[in-house]
Write a protein that binds this ligand. Sequence first.
Ligand code: ASP
Length: 441
Amino acid sequence: MSNGKKEELSNYDLSAGDKIRIKTSSEEVREGFFIPSAKQDGDIVLKLESGYNIGLKEENIEKLEVIERKKQGKEDVGKNKDFKYSKDAKNVLILHTGGTIASRVSYEEGGVKPGFSVEDLKEIYPEIFETANISSEIISQMLSEDMEPSHWKKISEKVFENLEDFDGIIISHGTDTMQYTASALSFMIKNISKPVVLVGSQRSSDRPSSDSFLNLKAAVKFIEEGIPGVFVCMHGSSDDEIVFVHRGTRVRKMHTSRRDAFKSIRSEPFAEIDIEKDKLVLNGEIQKTEDETELLNDLDEEVGFLKVVPGMKKKDLEKLEGCNGLIIEGTGLGHLPVNSFDEHTKHHEKILGKLEEICEDTVVCMTSQCINGRVNLDVYDSGVKIKDAGVVSGRSMLPGTAYVKLMWALGNSDTLEESKDLLLKNVAGEFIEREDYDVFR
Ligand code: ASP
């Protein structure tokens, strides 16, 4: 199949989900499901029975045979549909928001672009639909860097209205801002009764190295455990062995491209799943409540975020005046330049003055850019001055989590004092009281 290959391939009229057999020039026979090609020039991606994807180069394809056409009757996208597997299996709803997990590589435009519908995923990952009763609904088809707090509200409403009817909900989501959505949902759904698991992938679903299959499969397995809460489920190692489940308020994307980019900060991942061995190890504490589930999704988006850098000026704070809340990502234990030692640092007095002024009618919370460890405003003189100015300590809360939580706390209370109290209360595991030093490596 080397000359006129494109025409020959198109003669087969292949569709996603067709079962095909390929003989390669090295006499190897590969059988699996055809995935719509990421490339225009005819390279093939094959989903093997094992669940993994492989890419085959066109010049290496000796013979192609269609074993079975995919089942006909493609349903509409965007509506809630059921795929009933067995009455004993768990009922899982996949809410689809977009991101790489639902993207294909666009060679025309030279990037990754949202495109796959949930129905496409069903064709590519039939195994997931063979262990659970899957329903699906598309909320949006967007990259998560474009998400707004109003999208968190929309997702929370969908989750809330479906919680009772399902054993668990999977939210397919872009990885860039997944930790923010996970935090928002953790706060917005009070007394959550079921597992809600955010799943993404670092490589698009039509690429041989995609991590989406394993992440989705692990999410389904985790849902089988029935542990309530909001979680993120992503590769735990750079190979296809372990998947980690992280608590929604304690997780962070720590790598731009690796498949194991997500880490639980200052704690072990909530759970570790080995799909091949069908094994789940639980590290986290299960929090169950009989209290009624409530949707508390009001947000006050007037929250600013300031990263402290050497050389910062009073005007950096002035730009954030007028916000109802401010998260500062300070240095070390939670600092910003407020001491004057010489003529170069004289302006630090002005920074402190401005901070005091802002604190009069704004909730200002200190977090640390160290990522690990906790804020402590009682160690250095600067910390004490910052505290006296009216800044509250975010303790062990991650900066991104604190940012989302402050919007939520301001949106769900009547006074600044009430918002502060809510901000500093442990709502969804965002504070860690005991530090496990071994976790930091
Ligand atoms: N930029 C993409 C997003 O966050 C990356 C991904 O999906 O993983 O939506």
